[in-house]
Write a protein that binds this ligand. Sequence first.
Ligand code: HEM
Length: 423
Amino acid sequence: MFRSLLDRFQWKGTDHVYSLPWIRNRLEYSADPQRVKEFLQGAKVTRSQLTRDMLSRFHLSHHSIVVSDDEHAHQLRSVFLACLPSPESYSGIAKDLVKQVFKPGGSGELHLSRQLIPAVYLSLLSNLLGANVLRALEEHIRTIDFQPGSRPMHLDGVMYAIGMQFPGLGLMRNVIDWAFFKKDHYTRKIAIKLEQMVFEFATPKPASWYAHLIDMKQSGKISKAQFRGELTSMLVSSYALSAAMSSMLLCLAARPEYVTRIRSDQELAKHFVNEVLRLFPPFRQFGYEEKGIWEKSDRSKDTVTDFMVSVFGLHRNEQVWPDADVFRPERFEVADAVKGCKFMPFGLGKRSCTGRVYSLRVMVEMLNYVCSEECGLQLSLPADFVKDYVGLPLGTNGRLVSFPVDDRIVVRRGVSEGGSPHA
Ligand code: HEM
Protein backbone atom coordinates (compact mmCIF):
# COMPACT_ATOMS: atom_id res chain seq x y z
CA MET A 1 0.00 0.00 0.00
CA PHE A 2 2.88 2.31 0.98
CA ARG A 3 4.66 1.38 -2.27
CA SER A 4 1.60 2.25 -4.33
CA LEU A 5 1.47 5.60 -2.58
CA LEU A 6 5.11 6.22 -3.54
CA ASP A 7 4.41 5.24 -7.15
CA ARG A 8 2.06 8.14 -7.49
CA PHE A 9 5.09 10.40 -7.34
CA GLN A 10 6.98 11.15 -10.50
CA TRP A 11 10.14 9.26 -11.38
CA LYS A 12 12.90 11.36 -12.91
CA GLY A 13 16.62 11.81 -13.40
CA THR A 14 19.31 9.29 -12.56
CA ASP A 15 17.29 7.93 -9.71
CA HIS A 16 14.08 8.96 -8.07
CA VAL A 17 12.59 12.41 -7.78
CA TYR A 18 9.62 12.58 -5.48
CA SER A 19 7.30 15.45 -6.06
CA LEU A 20 3.75 16.45 -6.77
CA PRO A 21 3.19 19.00 -9.54
CA TRP A 22 1.70 21.66 -7.28
CA ILE A 23 4.28 21.34 -4.48
CA ARG A 24 7.58 23.25 -4.35
CA ASN A 25 9.63 20.53 -2.67
CA ARG A 26 11.28 18.20 -5.18
CA LEU A 27 13.55 15.52 -3.81
CA GLU A 28 16.03 13.57 -5.85
CA TYR A 29 17.43 10.34 -4.38
CA SER A 30 20.68 9.22 -5.99
CA ALA A 31 23.14 6.34 -5.62
CA ASP A 32 25.15 7.25 -8.69
CA PRO A 33 28.67 8.59 -7.84
CA GLN A 34 28.80 10.62 -11.07
CA ARG A 35 25.55 12.35 -10.27
CA VAL A 36 26.63 12.93 -6.65
CA LYS A 37 29.91 14.42 -7.87
CA GLU A 38 28.14 16.60 -10.40
CA PHE A 39 25.75 17.92 -7.78
CA LEU A 40 28.34 18.50 -5.05
CA GLN A 41 30.89 20.09 -7.36
CA GLY A 42 28.41 22.29 -9.19
CA ALA A 43 26.78 25.10 -7.31
CA LYS A 44 27.60 25.87 -3.68
CA VAL A 45 25.78 23.34 -1.56
CA THR A 46 24.75 23.04 2.04
CA ARG A 47 22.76 20.57 4.16
CA SER A 48 19.23 20.22 2.84
CA GLN A 49 16.10 21.40 4.60
CA LEU A 50 14.71 17.88 4.71
CA THR A 51 17.86 16.47 6.34
CA ARG A 52 17.90 19.28 8.86
CA ASP A 53 14.27 18.64 9.60
CA MET A 54 14.80 14.91 10.13
CA LEU A 55 17.98 15.45 12.13
CA SER A 56 16.45 18.07 14.34
CA ARG A 57 13.59 15.75 15.19
CA PHE A 58 15.98 12.93 15.95
CA HIS A 59 18.39 15.27 17.73
CA LEU A 60 15.45 16.87 19.50
CA SER A 61 16.99 20.21 18.88
CA HIS A 62 16.80 22.83 16.19
CA HIS A 63 19.98 24.40 17.49
CA SER A 64 23.01 22.09 17.36
CA ILE A 65 25.94 22.26 14.87
CA VAL A 66 24.07 19.72 12.80
CA VAL A 67 21.14 21.96 12.01
CA SER A 68 22.68 25.40 12.20
CA ASP A 69 23.81 27.52 9.24
CA ASP A 70 27.21 27.01 7.61
CA GLU A 71 28.91 29.96 9.25
CA HIS A 72 27.88 29.04 12.77
CA ALA A 73 28.63 25.33 12.22
CA HIS A 74 32.07 26.24 10.89
CA GLN A 75 32.93 28.33 13.97
CA LEU A 76 31.83 25.63 16.39
CA ARG A 77 33.56 22.91 14.38
CA SER A 78 36.98 24.53 14.79
CA VAL A 79 36.54 24.77 18.58
CA PHE A 80 35.29 21.18 18.71
CA LEU A 81 38.19 19.80 16.66
CA ALA A 82 40.72 21.59 18.86
CA CYS A 83 39.30 19.68 21.86
CA LEU A 84 39.69 16.17 20.39
CA PRO A 85 41.66 13.75 22.58
CA SER A 86 45.37 13.35 21.80
CA PRO A 87 46.17 10.55 19.30
CA GLU A 88 47.74 8.36 21.98
CA SER A 89 44.53 8.37 24.09
CA TYR A 90 42.46 6.37 21.62
CA SER A 91 43.75 2.91 22.47
CA GLY A 92 42.85 3.48 26.15
CA ILE A 93 39.38 4.76 25.19
CA ALA A 94 38.81 1.68 23.02
CA LYS A 95 40.04 -0.75 25.69
CA ASP A 96 37.74 0.76 28.29
CA LEU A 97 34.82 0.38 25.91
CA VAL A 98 35.60 -3.26 25.22
CA LYS A 99 35.84 -3.96 28.94
CA GLN A 100 32.48 -2.34 29.58
CA VAL A 101 30.73 -4.12 26.73
CA PHE A 102 32.26 -7.54 27.38
CA LYS A 103 32.41 -7.46 31.16
CA PRO A 104 35.51 -9.24 32.52
CA GLY A 105 34.69 -12.85 33.36
CA GLY A 106 31.39 -12.76 31.42
CA SER A 107 30.75 -15.30 28.65
CA GLY A 108 27.72 -16.26 26.59
CA GLU A 109 25.31 -14.46 24.28
CA LEU A 110 24.63 -10.75 24.45
CA HIS A 111 22.91 -8.03 22.43
CA LEU A 112 25.60 -5.68 21.20
CA SER A 113 23.59 -2.47 20.81
CA ARG A 114 22.15 -2.75 24.31
CA GLN A 115 25.66 -2.96 25.75
CA LEU A 116 27.28 -0.52 23.37
CA ILE A 117 24.91 2.46 23.46
CA PRO A 118 25.25 3.27 27.19
CA ALA A 119 28.99 2.48 27.14
CA VAL A 120 29.64 4.64 24.06
CA TYR A 121 27.45 7.44 25.39
CA LEU A 122 29.33 7.52 28.70
CA SER A 123 32.62 7.36 26.82
CA LEU A 124 31.66 10.28 24.55
CA LEU A 125 30.54 12.36 27.52
CA SER A 126 33.86 11.79 29.20
CA ASN A 127 36.29 11.83 26.26
CA LEU A 128 34.67 14.02 23.63
CA LEU A 129 32.38 16.38 25.53
CA GLY A 130 35.05 16.36 28.26
CA ALA A 131 32.77 16.02 31.25
CA ASN A 132 33.25 14.44 34.65
CA VAL A 133 30.15 12.29 34.88
CA LEU A 134 28.74 12.23 38.40
CA ARG A 135 27.44 9.01 39.88
CA ALA A 136 23.71 9.90 39.61
CA LEU A 137 24.06 10.41 35.84
CA GLU A 138 26.11 7.27 35.30
CA GLU A 139 23.62 5.17 37.25
CA HIS A 140 20.73 6.68 35.32
CA ILE A 141 22.41 5.92 31.96
CA ARG A 142 23.02 2.33 32.98
CA THR A 143 19.34 1.78 33.78
CA ILE A 144 18.02 3.05 30.43
CA ASP A 145 16.76 0.59 27.84
CA PHE A 146 17.95 2.45 24.73
CA GLN A 147 15.80 1.60 21.72
CA PRO A 148 16.58 4.29 19.19
CA GLY A 149 13.76 4.62 16.73
CA SER A 150 12.69 6.86 13.92
CA ARG A 151 10.01 6.66 11.33
CA PRO A 152 11.04 5.35 7.88
CA MET A 153 12.99 7.99 5.99
CA HIS A 154 11.02 7.62 2.79
CA LEU A 155 7.90 8.44 4.73
CA ASP A 156 9.69 11.56 5.93
CA GLY A 157 10.56 12.29 2.30
CA VAL A 158 6.96 11.90 1.19
CA MET A 159 5.65 13.99 4.08
CA TYR A 160 8.17 16.67 3.22
CA ALA A 161 7.35 16.55 -0.48
CA ILE A 162 3.69 17.14 0.25
CA GLY A 163 4.53 19.98 2.59
CA MET A 164 3.96 18.39 5.99
CA GLN A 165 7.10 19.92 7.44
CA PHE A 166 5.27 23.21 7.98
CA PRO A 167 5.21 24.19 11.65
CA GLY A 168 1.42 24.45 11.62
CA LEU A 169 1.22 20.72 10.96
CA GLY A 170 3.39 19.84 13.98
CA LEU A 171 0.43 18.58 15.97
CA MET A 172 -0.59 16.22 13.18
CA ARG A 173 2.99 14.89 12.91
CA ASN A 174 3.06 14.29 16.66
CA VAL A 175 -0.21 12.40 16.52
CA ILE A 176 1.18 10.23 13.69
CA ASP A 177 4.32 9.51 15.72
CA TRP A 178 2.34 8.77 18.83
CA ALA A 179 -0.01 6.42 16.99
CA PHE A 180 2.39 4.62 14.62
CA PHE A 181 5.99 5.32 15.69
CA LYS A 182 6.04 4.85 19.42
CA LYS A 183 9.80 4.34 19.46
CA ASP A 184 10.30 7.91 18.23
CA HIS A 185 8.23 9.09 21.12
CA TYR A 186 10.24 6.94 23.56
CA THR A 187 13.61 8.08 22.11
CA ARG A 188 12.56 11.68 22.54
CA LYS A 189 11.56 11.16 26.17
CA ILE A 190 14.91 9.55 26.98
CA ALA A 191 16.88 12.30 25.27
CA ILE A 192 15.03 15.13 27.04
CA LYS A 193 15.66 13.56 30.43
CA LEU A 194 19.32 12.90 29.60
CA GLU A 195 19.92 16.43 28.42
CA GLN A 196 18.62 17.74 31.72
CA MET A 197 20.70 15.28 33.73
CA VAL A 198 23.93 16.07 31.83
CA PHE A 199 23.30 19.70 32.63
CA GLU A 200 22.88 18.91 36.34
CA PHE A 201 25.25 15.98 36.91
CA ALA A 202 28.29 16.56 34.71
CA THR A 203 31.08 19.03 35.36
CA PRO A 204 33.49 20.28 32.66
CA LYS A 205 37.10 19.14 32.48
CA PRO A 206 39.54 22.03 31.90
CA ALA A 207 39.85 23.21 28.27
CA SER A 208 37.28 20.63 27.13
CA TRP A 209 34.51 21.03 24.52
CA TYR A 210 32.07 21.19 27.44
CA ALA A 211 34.09 23.97 29.14
CA HIS A 212 34.15 25.93 25.87
CA LEU A 213 30.42 25.47 25.39
CA ILE A 214 29.77 26.83 28.90
CA ASP A 215 32.06 29.79 28.21
CA MET A 216 30.38 30.49 24.87
CA LYS A 217 26.96 30.35 26.51
CA GLN A 218 28.02 32.67 29.34
CA SER A 219 29.57 35.18 26.95
CA GLY A 220 26.45 35.14 24.77
CA LYS A 221 28.21 33.63 21.72
CA ILE A 222 25.72 30.79 21.70
CA SER A 223 22.20 30.75 23.07
CA LYS A 224 20.93 28.48 25.83
CA ALA A 225 19.07 26.47 23.19
CA GLN A 226 22.26 26.03 21.15
CA PHE A 227 24.14 24.95 24.25
CA ARG A 228 21.50 22.36 25.05
CA GLY A 229 21.45 21.25 21.40
CA GLU A 230 25.13 20.36 21.56
CA LEU A 231 24.59 18.30 24.70
CA THR A 232 21.76 16.41 23.05
CA SER A 233 23.73 15.75 19.89
CA MET A 234 26.11 13.57 21.96
CA LEU A 235 23.29 11.05 22.20
CA VAL A 236 22.62 10.71 18.48
CA SER A 237 26.38 10.53 17.89
CA SER A 238 26.47 7.63 20.35
CA TYR A 239 23.77 5.88 18.33
CA ALA A 240 25.77 6.27 15.11
CA LEU A 241 29.02 5.07 16.63
CA SER A 242 27.35 2.16 18.47
CA ALA A 243 25.61 1.05 15.27
CA ALA A 244 28.96 1.08 13.40
CA MET A 245 30.70 -0.81 16.21
CA SER A 246 27.92 -3.42 16.39
CA SER A 247 28.27 -4.10 12.65
CA MET A 248 32.05 -4.25 12.97
CA LEU A 249 32.02 -6.79 15.80
CA LEU A 250 29.41 -8.94 14.02
CA CYS A 251 31.49 -8.90 10.83
CA LEU A 252 34.49 -10.03 12.82
CA ALA A 253 32.51 -12.74 14.58
CA ALA A 254 31.40 -14.02 11.16
CA ARG A 255 35.04 -14.11 9.93
CA PRO A 256 37.37 -15.30 12.70
CA GLU A 257 40.18 -15.73 10.15
CA TYR A 258 40.71 -11.96 10.28
CA VAL A 259 41.68 -12.07 13.96
CA THR A 260 45.20 -13.40 13.37
CA ARG A 261 45.61 -11.44 10.15
CA ILE A 262 44.80 -8.13 11.89
CA ARG A 263 47.27 -8.97 14.66
CA SER A 264 50.10 -9.07 12.14
CA ASP A 265 48.88 -6.32 9.79
CA GLN A 266 47.81 -3.06 11.44
CA GLU A 267 46.69 -1.51 8.14
CA LEU A 268 44.17 -4.30 7.69
CA ALA A 269 42.23 -3.06 10.73
CA LYS A 270 41.67 0.28 8.92
CA HIS A 271 40.53 -1.48 5.76
CA PHE A 272 38.22 -3.71 7.81
CA VAL A 273 36.59 -0.66 9.42
CA ASN A 274 36.15 1.00 6.00
CA GLU A 275 34.55 -2.13 4.60
CA VAL A 276 32.12 -2.26 7.54
CA LEU A 277 31.20 1.41 6.95
CA ARG A 278 30.81 0.74 3.23
CA LEU A 279 28.37 -2.13 3.68
CA PHE A 280 26.66 -0.91 6.85
CA PRO A 281 26.74 2.89 6.96
CA PRO A 282 24.90 3.98 10.14
CA PHE A 283 23.37 6.91 8.23
CA ARG A 284 21.96 5.36 5.09
CA GLN A 285 20.99 8.62 3.52
CA PHE A 286 21.42 12.32 4.00
CA GLY A 287 20.90 15.33 1.80
CA TYR A 288 22.21 18.55 0.36
CA GLU A 289 20.69 21.50 -1.40
CA GLU A 290 22.01 24.24 -3.62
CA LYS A 291 22.53 27.37 -1.54
CA GLY A 292 19.77 29.90 -2.03
CA ILE A 293 17.57 27.51 -3.98
CA TRP A 294 14.51 28.52 -1.96
CA GLU A 295 14.98 32.20 -2.73
CA LYS A 296 15.32 31.71 -6.48
CA SER A 297 12.30 33.19 -8.16
CA ASP A 298 13.15 31.64 -11.54
CA ARG A 299 13.27 28.11 -10.09
CA SER A 300 11.82 25.99 -12.87
CA LYS A 301 9.29 23.26 -12.25
CA ASP A 302 11.97 20.65 -12.82
CA THR A 303 14.55 22.03 -10.38
CA VAL A 304 15.42 19.64 -7.60
CA THR A 305 15.28 21.28 -4.18
CA ASP A 306 16.75 18.49 -2.05
CA PHE A 307 19.43 16.15 -3.28
CA MET A 308 19.40 13.02 -1.13
CA VAL A 309 22.41 10.71 -1.30
CA SER A 310 21.39 7.12 -0.78
CA VAL A 311 24.64 6.10 0.91
CA PHE A 312 23.55 2.50 1.22
CA GLY A 313 22.83 2.31 -2.53
CA LEU A 314 26.00 4.22 -3.41
CA HIS A 315 28.19 1.90 -1.34
CA ARG A 316 26.63 -1.13 -3.01
CA ASN A 317 26.63 0.23 -6.54
CA GLU A 318 28.11 -2.57 -8.67
CA GLN A 319 29.42 -0.10 -11.23
CA VAL A 320 31.98 1.27 -8.80
CA TRP A 321 32.22 -1.54 -6.25
CA PRO A 322 32.73 -4.88 -8.02
CA ASP A 323 31.11 -7.74 -6.05
CA ALA A 324 29.53 -4.97 -4.01
CA ASP A 325 27.72 -7.31 -1.60
CA VAL A 326 30.86 -9.26 -0.75
CA PHE A 327 32.73 -8.34 2.44
CA ARG A 328 36.31 -7.78 1.27
CA PRO A 329 38.40 -5.28 3.30
CA GLU A 330 41.34 -5.79 0.93
CA ARG A 331 39.55 -3.65 -1.68
CA PHE A 332 40.64 -0.61 0.38
CA GLU A 333 44.34 -1.46 -0.10
CA VAL A 334 44.22 0.48 -3.36
CA ALA A 335 45.09 4.13 -2.71
CA ASP A 336 42.18 5.64 -4.69
CA ALA A 337 39.54 3.25 -3.29
CA VAL A 338 37.74 6.05 -1.48
CA LYS A 339 38.01 8.69 -4.20
CA GLY A 340 35.30 9.91 -6.57
CA CYS A 341 32.23 10.37 -4.33
CA LYS A 342 31.65 6.63 -4.08
CA PHE A 343 32.47 6.23 -0.37
CA MET A 344 30.95 8.73 2.00
CA PRO A 345 29.87 7.22 5.34
CA PHE A 346 30.66 10.56 7.03
CA GLY A 347 29.37 12.82 4.23
CA LEU A 348 31.46 15.22 2.21
CA GLY A 349 32.50 18.85 2.24
CA LYS A 350 32.13 21.58 4.79
CA ARG A 351 29.28 19.92 6.61
CA SER A 352 30.82 16.46 6.80
CA CYS A 353 30.89 14.69 10.14
CA THR A 354 32.95 16.41 12.85
CA GLY A 355 33.20 13.09 14.71
CA ARG A 356 34.87 11.31 11.77
CA VAL A 357 38.46 11.23 13.08
CA TYR A 358 37.34 10.29 16.58
CA SER A 359 35.02 7.52 15.36
CA LEU A 360 37.53 6.00 12.96
CA ARG A 361 40.34 6.00 15.51
CA VAL A 362 38.25 4.45 18.27
CA MET A 363 36.87 1.80 15.92
CA VAL A 364 40.31 0.83 14.60
CA GLU A 365 41.73 0.67 18.13
CA MET A 366 38.76 -1.36 19.31
CA LEU A 367 39.23 -3.84 16.49
CA ASN A 368 42.97 -4.11 17.18
CA TYR A 369 42.31 -4.72 20.85
CA VAL A 370 39.55 -7.29 20.31
CA CYS A 371 41.89 -9.17 17.97
CA SER A 372 44.84 -9.02 20.35
CA GLU A 373 46.01 -11.89 22.54
CA GLU A 374 45.94 -9.54 25.51
CA CYS A 375 42.16 -9.15 25.17
CA GLY A 376 41.58 -12.88 25.07
CA LEU A 377 38.07 -12.76 23.61
CA GLN A 378 36.60 -15.17 21.09
CA LEU A 379 33.56 -13.83 19.25
CA SER A 380 31.14 -15.89 17.20
CA LEU A 381 27.57 -15.69 15.90
CA PRO A 382 24.74 -17.61 17.56
CA ALA A 383 23.88 -20.90 15.80
CA ASP A 384 20.43 -19.59 14.78
CA PHE A 385 21.73 -16.26 13.45
CA VAL A 386 19.83 -15.15 10.33
CA LYS A 387 22.04 -16.27 7.44
CA ASP A 388 20.12 -15.26 4.34
CA TYR A 389 22.65 -12.56 3.58
CA VAL A 390 25.87 -14.54 3.16
CA GLY A 391 26.85 -14.21 6.78
CA LEU A 392 26.67 -10.42 7.03
CA PRO A 393 24.62 -8.49 9.56
CA LEU A 394 21.70 -6.66 8.02
CA GLY A 395 20.73 -3.13 9.01
CA THR A 396 17.30 -1.79 9.76
CA ASN A 397 16.08 -0.42 6.50
CA GLY A 398 15.26 3.19 5.86
CA ARG A 399 15.76 4.53 9.40
CA LEU A 400 17.86 7.55 10.23
CA VAL A 401 20.40 5.49 12.17
CA SER A 402 20.55 1.92 11.02
CA PHE A 403 21.36 -0.77 13.62
CA PRO A 404 21.88 -4.47 12.80
CA VAL A 405 18.50 -6.20 13.02
CA ASP A 406 19.98 -9.19 14.82
CA ASP A 407 22.81 -7.96 17.02
CA ARG A 408 23.39 -11.08 19.14
CA ILE A 409 26.98 -12.16 19.54
CA VAL A 410 28.50 -15.09 21.45
CA VAL A 411 31.47 -14.31 23.66
CA ARG A 412 33.98 -16.81 24.97
CA ARG A 413 37.12 -16.10 26.93
CA GLY A 414 39.81 -17.86 24.90
CA VAL A 415 43.14 -16.62 26.13
CA SER A 416 43.84 -14.80 29.39
CA GLU A 417 45.81 -11.56 29.70
CA GLY A 418 49.01 -13.49 30.36
CA GLY A 419 48.45 -15.48 27.17
CA SER A 420 47.47 -18.77 28.84
CA PRO A 421 44.13 -20.46 28.01
CA HIS A 422 41.23 -20.15 30.46
CA ALA A 423 39.65 -23.22 31.98
C1 HEM B 1 30.64 5.90 12.87
C2 HEM B 1 30.08 6.95 13.44
C3 HEM B 1 29.51 8.13 12.70
C4 HEM B 1 29.04 8.24 11.42
C5 HEM B 1 28.95 7.15 10.37
C6 HEM B 1 28.63 9.62 11.22
C7 HEM B 1 28.10 10.12 10.05
C8 HEM B 1 27.72 11.42 9.87
C9 HEM B 1 27.12 11.93 8.66
C10 HEM B 1 26.80 11.10 7.42
C11 HEM B 1 26.89 13.26 8.81
C12 HEM B 1 26.26 14.20 7.80
C13 HEM B 1 27.34 14.66 6.85
C14 HEM B 1 26.89 15.52 5.70
O1 HEM B 1 25.76 15.99 5.69
O2 HEM B 1 27.72 15.72 4.78
C15 HEM B 1 27.36 13.60 10.14
C16 HEM B 1 27.33 14.87 10.67
C17 HEM B 1 27.78 15.16 11.93
N1 HEM B 1 28.33 14.29 12.86
FE1 HEM B 1 28.67 12.33 12.59
N2 HEM B 1 28.86 10.31 12.38
C18 HEM B 1 29.41 9.45 13.30
C19 HEM B 1 29.81 9.75 14.57
C20 HEM B 1 29.83 10.99 15.11
C21 HEM B 1 30.35 11.31 16.41
C22 HEM B 1 30.96 10.33 17.42
C23 HEM B 1 30.18 12.64 16.59
C24 HEM B 1 30.59 13.37 17.81
C25 HEM B 1 30.20 14.48 18.23
C26 HEM B 1 29.54 13.17 15.38
C27 HEM B 1 29.19 14.49 15.15
C28 HEM B 1 28.63 14.99 13.99
C29 HEM B 1 28.25 16.39 13.80
C30 HEM B 1 28.41 17.51 14.84
C31 HEM B 1 27.74 16.50 12.51
C32 HEM B 1 27.24 17.79 11.82
C33 HEM B 1 28.40 18.52 11.16
C34 HEM B 1 27.95 19.80 10.47
O3 HEM B 1 26.77 19.97 10.22
O4 HEM B 1 28.81 20.66 10.18
N3 HEM B 1 29.35 12.14 14.50
N4 HEM B 1 27.86 12.47 10.77
